[in-house]
Design a protein around this ligand. Structure first.
Ligand code: PAF
Length: 274
């Protein structure tokens, strides 16, 4: 495995490539969720690039940029074992210059839910993903459905900018109790981890309601909020279509139910695609 820390090193390592390239961008502190993306990308492509870059432009003032878990040595080991060809680990200077040209999230889809709670987050996320996709030259790039809105906006960016890459949505990976895996779970004590299960439980409850014929979004949200009472605070429970527009009635095959809540230090998100 080549560890590339500069653009030049990345380009030189890519010169060896002859077939399809898969790419998994990450912010490191790799866990089983990332590993499943990496393994899928490994199976589906002849060459595989993973990036580890904690992108400052997607953190808002006062968010956990400095405290964000960094585990460089472990990340290198995991990538080596997973058969990654190039691990791209740039510094901030390599990725950004001052007074940059920026791209912005779309005015509607980019500013609801996560975009409303974290205004500016998606601008920074799209900016770095655009850079990383261009640098990787990948045929396919893999993103988890857990960050559903991120995934929708990246797919839209690729469409709007006519970028030549396939965005592959990947299933959410959960621990054996149902907690969606996230690097921020590292902040949870074991008691908080137990309470954090209310997010996935609220989604399971929503599934049961839908399966028993209840499609009214308002009723489903009300009962989900009951399950979520043990979180420290709930930022939103939303039922939207795949366009991220709020809907009054669940449309089977075109609905995402999303939840964001604080438990202890971290803000957690989870969702369910129906
Ligand atoms: O989902 C993430 O880890 C990040 O938002 C991403 C896509 C790597 C961009 O920094």
């Amino acid at each position: 495995m080549v560890i590339a820390r500069t653009i030049e090193a990345l380009q030189a390592a890519k010169e060896e490539f002859k077939g399809t390239v898969g790419f998994v961008p990450t912010m490191g502190a790799l866990h089983q969720g990332h590993l499943s993306l990496i393994q899928q990308a490994r199976r589906e492509n002849e060459h595989l690039i993973v990036s580890v870059f904690v992108n400052p432009t997607q953190f808002l003032e006062g968010e956990d940029l400095d405290a964000y878990p960094r585990k460089e040595e472990a990340d290198i080991k995991i990538c080596e074992l997973a058969g990654v060809d190039i691990l791209f680990m740039p510094s901030i200077d390599v990725m950004y210059e001052e007074d940059e040209l920026c791209i912005g999230a779309p005015a509607v889809r980019g500013y609801v839910l996560e975009g409303e709670k974290r205004p500016g987050h998606f601008d920074g996320m799209l900016q770095v993903v655009m850079k990383l996709l261009n640098l990787s030259g990948a045929n396919r790039a893999y993103f988890g459905k857990k960050d559903a809105q991120q995934l929708a906006l990246i797919t839209q960016m690729v469409k709007n900018y006519f970028m030549d890459v396939n965005i592959v949505p990947c299933e959410i990976v959960r621990d054996d109790k149902g907690l969606a895996l996230s690097s921020r779970n590292a902040y949870l004590s074991s008691a908080e981890k137990e309470r954090a299960l209310c997010l996935s439980r609220s989604l399971k409850h929503a599934t049961k309601m839908v399966m028993s014929g209840e499609l009214q979004a308002a009723k489903i949200k009300k009962e989900m909020l009951e399950v979520l009472k043990i979180a420290d605070s709930v930022e939103y429970v939303a039922i939207v279509n795949r366009e991220f527009k709020a809907i009054e009635k669940v449309e089977i095959g075109n609905t995402i139910i999303l939840v964001a809540a604080w438990v202890g230090k971290p803000r957690l998100i989870d969702n369910l695609w129906i």
